[in-house]
Ligand binder design. Structure first.
Ligand code: ATP
Length: 236
């Protein structure tokens, strides 16, 4: 079943035409990745899906409903949650307070507590540091916190913007294995990455963006094996 269908969207920043007819499909249960160089339009695509930007033309259909132009907080309520590039945790608030903020649109106290426990069992380091100010966490821990905060809204689909950015290789591996696990426990994932190698290794399907257009798409394993992708994105 197609969960999210981005259909031929055009998005502008003032006079800058950032997305030129982007179409992306995500089926329920999949990991889909958007890869491509800096400035290709990957983050803009995620920000448009999550309601931070409005497409000038085109549709975004989530579970049968057109959500293009719907305000961001309503998008979260529908079950779409974004982990922004650069994590953006609230540095002067504790780990616990950041996680509580992720649930601010919910009122099901008992389930919120259960989800908090799940976050702490998925990310034990966050549990150990629950009272610590978030700004004092390492980059990897902040990434985990940003993911945990997004999970606190109980998303049906999680939008991840460059989760590996600035992390050491071992941590990148850890983050990717957590993403895989989140997917296997029932959350659909749309992943934006510059680390094409890692992204293709966990994704079902991939789209390659270049200057606001999709230039290639298909099965992630097939794309990882293609000569064109290897040359352009995987260092030979
Ligand atoms: P990155 O990895 O650098 O985030 P990206 O593929 O996510 O790259 P976008 O950030 O979506 O690319 O940028 C797409 C285009 O839109 C680029 O040309 C960029 O310069 C432009 N752009 C992005 N944000 C803004 C903004 N706030 N105002 C004006 N132009 C912007």
């Amino acid at each position: 079943m197609v969960m999210l269908k981005v259909d031929n969207i055009n998005v502008y920043y003032g006079a800058i035409h950032a997305l030129k007819g982007i179409s992306v499909e995500v089926k329920q249960g999949e990991i889909v990745t958007l890869i491509g160089a800096n400035g290709a339009g990957k983050s803009t695509t995620l920000r448009t899906i999550s309601g931070l930007l409005k497409p000038k033309t085109g549709q975004i259909v989530f579970e049968g409903q057109n959500i293009a132009g719907v305000p961001a907080q309503n998008i979260v309520k529908l079950g779409i949650s974004q982990v922004p590039e650069g994590r953006r945790v609230f540095a002067h608030m504790s780990v616990l307070e950041n996680l509580e903020l992720g649930a601010y649109l919910r009122s099901d106290t008992k389930e919120i507590k259960e989800d908090m426990d799940k976050v702490f069992s998925r990310f034990p380091r966050l549990g150990e540091r629950r009272s610590q100010l978030s700004g004092t966490l390492s980059g990897g821990e902040q990434q985990m916190l940003a993911m945990g905060r997004a999970l606190m809204s109980r998303p049906r689909i999680l939008l991840l913007d460059e989760p590996s950015m600035g992390l050491a290789p071992l941590l990148v591996k850890e983050i990717f294995s957590i993403i895989k696990d989140i997917n296997q426990t029932g959350t659909t994932i749309l992943l934006v990455e510059q680390n094409a190698h890692m992204a293709l290794s966990i994704a079902n399907k991939a789209y390659v963006l270049e200057t606001g257009r999709i230039i290639l798409s298909g099965d992630a394993k097939e794309l990882a094996a293609s000569e064109e992708i290897r040359k352009a994105y995987l260092g030979g």
